[in-house]
Design a protein. Sequence first.
Length: 148
Amino acid sequence: MPTHARLRFAARVLLVPYLVALALIVWLPGEDASQVTGIVGTIAQWVADSVGVPFDAAYVPLEFLANVALFVPFGLLLAASAPRMSWWGVTLAGCATSVLIEVVQILLPTRFPTLSDVIANTAGAALGWLVWRLATRVVERRRSTLNA
């Protein structure tokens, strides 16, 4: 099996447990989710204690960045598993997945859907595509340099 096909296959295989973990993180009851994602609160508290920034002022941007980071693997794995998918396609898939998550959270009594999560998750998916694209360009340049 050629290297590209193996990489595509590996990305598709890894996408499955990633999506399962993502579903658990975003759809667990609020109390259980806070145990999984409590690191944002811990870091915000550290910032509040160390720097003197109010907890809420630290927590909001950290939560946004955590949502971006949560979807970087989505964009990266999707781009790797479907290399012909454009930036726009990966970004749209990230947005659609995020909207689905937020719609389901409407039905969960301990979860709160927000537009900022959709924006952050969509940005994370786009960033994941960009990381994939930059990595493939670096590899292509190294190959062309070695073959020259």
